[in-house]
Design a protein around this ligand. Structure first.
Ligand SMILES: Nc1ncnc2c1ncn2[C@@H]1O[C@H](COP(=O)(O)OP(=O)(O)OP(=O)(O)O)[C@@H](O)[C@H]1O
Length: 433
């Protein structure tokens, strides 16, 4: 009946009003009519569903945190932070209303507390009010949407809190292949802190993003969901740091397989690889050290069951194993001498991305100066340093080491020290040529 009344008044107002009533009064009228005559519908969302937790209540609690902000209409918000949290956590307070919008619907959430008797525990529940005409939309679309958002937030939070592990092989005389042992990876490397060519850095990051997004595509085309990176460049240019940055970025564990340390038979190697988990980076460092492979061949001539395998053969084993039981796998090979590698390994399709980690450039230097001396933007000594870097082969590790020694509060003095270091280095290079 209220709806019919509202429709009647509105129609009359439209017919009469267009000519005689000023627009401001007309819109005020419609707001009042809407407020008083459009029937509201309210859902009650209790904390418990019988003896179990009510998932909608939990979802609403989490979801509403994303809707409260400092500019919202709430007069009070609850704020907390535990020592495991990086940021403040904010929550809705009993009695406060949070307004949400979904498609065209306005939704009013309110947290309530009631006690039937003085000594009872309070009954806490949400009310969710909206125009009655949207009842079906709210029940069939909005609430499932809130639950889906909640699940997504939970997943992201779990991912954020995930500890990354670094696995390496614990080899001994009686354990030829060894067992994986792990420690928590607490390497601070991030892409932002890496001194490398900005375009190359962006390319690697984008490639990783694309890789993790493309599960369905890999499945559709029947390809193993893995990606191979070859990192090459002189020692101290950041190959290990880049691997740590990749692991931190993706939250993937690292398996460090040292082929020179352990003695592997074919079966050992398969077992070793099979015991690595999905969402991980398998690292095989210094693959140019071919001597290990020759040694292995000699062992094969004796009575030992160890067999010779080439890196290409190793990749074949990996392909075979991961095609049946591997998802989201990354394999990284590092070398100081790309030119020494077996060409079969460099063929397209074996290592998907080749990344040259080079000597320090000015872009890289600026990142290091920001990391170590907190210099943001430009500095008057940068031109001089840039000129020197163009003529001196110096690794980011060497620069980092020098910067670490400089703890002068005057950054110009620290940079002056770097200029002197580079000049010395140039002199050394010149006499050694
Ligand atoms: N590109 C870089 N950006 C930031 N820091 C770097 C970079 N390269 C090297 N460093 C610093 O030097 C240290 C050694 O570098 P890292 O071990 O990553 O080099 P690498 O190329 O893996 O060397 P190697 O070939 O000898 O294993 C790092 O811990 C870091 O402090």
């Amino acid at each position: 009946m209220l709806t019919s009344l509202a429709t009647f008044f509105s129609t009359a107002f439209v017919i009469l009003g267009n000519e005689f009533i000023p627009p401001a009064v007309r819109s005020l009228f419609f707001i009042v009519v809407h407020y008083f005559f459009t029937p509201q519908f309210t859902l009650i969302i209790e904390e418990k569903a019988g003896l179990r937790n009510n998932q909608i209540y939990e979802a609403a609690t989490t979801y509403l945190r994303t809707k409260i902000n400092y500019s919202s209409k709430s007069k009070r918000i609850k704020v907390s932070k535990t020592n495991r949290q990086e940021k403040l956590s904010i929550d809705i307070v009993v009695g406060e209303v949070v307004i949400d919008h979904f498609e065209n619907i306005e939704l009013k959430w309110k947290l309530n507390s009631e006690k039937e008797k003085e000594d009872d525990d309070p009954r806490i529940y949400f009310t969710l009010a909206f125009d009655k005409i949207y009842e079906k939309d709210v029940l069939e679309s909005y609430l499932p949407y809130v639950i889906a958002r909640y699940e997504q937030i939970q997943k992201e939070e779990k991912e954020r809190m995930r500890t990354i592990k670094l696995y390496s092989r614990d080899c001994g005389r009686d354990r030829p292949g060894g067992e994986w042992v792990s420690i928590n990876l607490e390497h601070p490397a991030t892409f932002e802190k890496l001194a490398m060519d900005p375009a190359l850095k962006m390319m690697v990051k984008d490639d990783l993003d694309r890789f993790v997004r493309r599960k369905e595509l890999y499945k559709k085309v029947g390809k193993v969901w893995k990606r191979g990176y070859l990192l090459y460049g002189p020692p101290g240019t950041g190959k290990s740091s880049l691997i740590a940055a990749m692991a931190n970025y993706l939250k993937f564990n690292i398996y460090d397989l040292n082929l020179s340390g352990g003695r592997y038979s074919d079966a050992d190697l398969r077992r070793t690889l099979l015991s690595t988990s999905n969402r991980s980076i398998l690292v095989i460092e210094d693959i140019d050290c071919g001597a290990q492979l020759e040694d292995r061949e000699q062992e094969n001539n004796s009575d030992t069951p160890f067999i010779k395998f080439t890196l290409s053969g190793l990749l074949n084993i990996i392909d075979g194993l991961w095609s049946s039981c591997g998802d989201e796998r990354i394999i990284v090979f590092t070398t100081n001498h790309k030119e020494k590698l077996d060409p079969a390994l460099l063929r397209p399709g074996r290592m998907d991305v080749h990344v040259l980690m080079s000597y320090c450039t000015m872009d890289g230097f600026k990142v290091l100066a920001s990391n170590y001396l907190n210099i943001e933007g430009d500095h008057q000594l940068y031109r001089e340093i840039e000129g020197l870097l163009k003529n001196v082969e110096v690794t980011p590790a060497e620069i980092a080491e020098e910067l670490l020694k400089k703890d002068d509060p005057d950054v110009s003095l620290s940079l002056r020290g770097i200029v002197e270091f580079l000049e010395e280095k140039r002199f050394e290079n010149a006499i050694s040529m």
